[in-house]
Design a protein around this ligand. Structure first.
Ligand code: UTP
Length: 299
C-alpha cells in the first residue's frame, strides 16, 4: 500500500520569457484563461486529488501570486452587502486555509530540478510528494492528478504523466524509454530530457504532473546541470531507475494545453471559452464569423 500524498510543490520561479513583455510585471501563473488565473486550475486539480499542503517555489517579481491567495475581506463584504451571492461563491472558492500554503524562494532560475530541490526542507525525509507545473492546464475527468494518485496507489514508486506526441515534437519534452507497456500504465527503463531529433527512445512525452518518491529529492542533492545547462527534474527521476527503483508513466485521460507557449495559451483560451455556458453561443458565433472572413480574404 503506497503512502498517502498530501503535499504538492508548484515551481513558479521560471522567467516566463516566452510571454515577454507581459511577464515583465505579471507572473505567468496569474495570466487568465477566461477569468481564472492558470494557478487556480492547478490548485483545484491538486485539491481534488486530496492535496492539503501547497508549496510554491517563487522568485523575484511574483508578489501578485502571493496576493492572489490572500483572503479578500473587503471584497467579500462588499459583494455580500450588494447581494452578489454567486460572485461571492466564486471568490470564496479561491480562499486557502491559513497555514496550507508555504512559499520558498528560488534565488536563481537554475532549472526545474533545482526549483523542486528548494522545497526540500518542507518535506519529511520519507514523504512522497506531487509536483504540478501550472503551464500545463489539463481538462480531465477525473482530474489528471487524481488519476495519477489512483494509479500510484497500485504501483508505488514514482509516477509521471505522459502523452503520445508526434516524433518531431519529442525533442521538446522529457521522453520515456518503455520497459513494459501495461496499457494506461507503463514501466520506464529510462528517461531522457529533450532528446536530440531522431534519438528519442519512444514518443511518450512527460508533461507537468509528477508523483515522486522521497528519494527523488535526495537525488536532487547531487543532480548536475543537464539539458540546456539547467538542473533537470527528469535527471533526478532517471536516477531512481539507475538505483533500481520503479518509475511509471501514466497515459492520463484528458486534454492538455501547453499554456507556457503562446499557441497553447490561445488554444486553451478558445477551448475554455467554448466550454463556458455563459459565453459559448456568442463566442462560437464570433469564431464562425472570423473563420468565414479569413477564408474569404484568402480566396
Ligand atoms: P519553463 O521551462 O516553461 O520555463 O519552466 P519558464 O521560465 O517558466 O518559461 P520560458 O521558457 O522562459 O518562457 C517549466 C516550469 O518550471 C518552473 C517554471 O516556473 C515553470 O512552471 N521553473 C523553471 C522554475 O520554477 N525554476 C526554474 O529555474 C525553471
Amino acid at each position: 500500500m503506497s503512502q498517502k500524498v498530501t503535499k504538492a510543490i508548484f515551481p513558479v520561479a521560471g522567467l516566463g520569457t516566452r510571454f515577454l513583455p507581459a511577464t515583465k510585471s505579471i507572473p505567468k501563473e496569474i495570466m487568465t484563461l477566461v477569468d481564472r488565473p492558470l494557478i487556480q486550475y492547478a490548485i483545484d486539480e491538486a485539491r481534488a486529488a486530496g492535496i492539503e499542503e501547497f508549496i510554491f517555489v517563487t522568485s523575484r517579481g511574483k508578489g501578485a501570486l502571493e496576493d492572489y491567495f490572500d483572503h479578500s475581506h473587503e471584497l467579500e463584504a462588499s459583494l455580500k452587502a450588494r447581494g452578489k451571492a454567486e460572485l461571492l461563491k466564486v471568490l470564496q472558492a479561491t480562499n486557502m486555509d491559513s497555514g496550507a500554503i508555504a512559499y520558498v524562494r528560488q534565488h536563481k532560475a537554475l532549472g526545474l530540478g533545482h526549483a523542486v530541490w528548494c522545497a526540500r526542507r518542507l518535506m519529511a525525509p520519507d514523504e512522497p510528494f506531487a509536483v504540478l507545473l501550472t503551464d500545463d492546464v489539463i481538462l480531465g475527468e477525473p482530474p489528471c492528478l487524481q488519476q495519477m494518485i489512483e494509479a500510484y496507489a497500485e504501483t508505488g514508486g514514482s509516477m509521471v504523466a505522459t502523452m503520445e506526441v508526434a516524433p518531431e515534437k519529442t525533442s521538446s519534452y522529457g521522453v520515456l524509454d518503455v520497459a513494459e507497456d501495461m496499457g494506461a500504465i507503463v514501466r520506464a527503463r529510462g528517461l531522457v530530457e529533450k532528446p536530440p531529433a531522431g534519438a528519442a527512445p519512444s514518443n511518450l512525452a512527460v508533461i507537468g504532473r509528477y508523483i515522486l518518491a522521497p528519494t527523488v529529492m535526495q537525488n536532487l542533492h547531487h543532480t548536475q546541470e543537464g539539458s540546456g545547462g539547467e538542473i533537470q527534474l527528469t535527471d533526478a527521476i532517471a536516477d531512481e531507475l539507475a538505483a533500481g527503483r520503479d518509475v511509471f508513466g501514466l497515459r492520463f485521460r484528458g486534454q492538455r494545453y501547453d499554456c507556457g507557449s503562446k499557441a497553447g495559451f490561445l488554444q486553451a483560451t478558445v477551448a475554455f471559452g467554448l466550454a463556458r455556458e455563459d459565453l459559448r453561443d456568442e463566442f462560437s458565433e464570433y469564431l464562425d464569423d472570423i473563420r468565414a472572413a479569413t477564408s474569404r480574404a484568402a480566396e
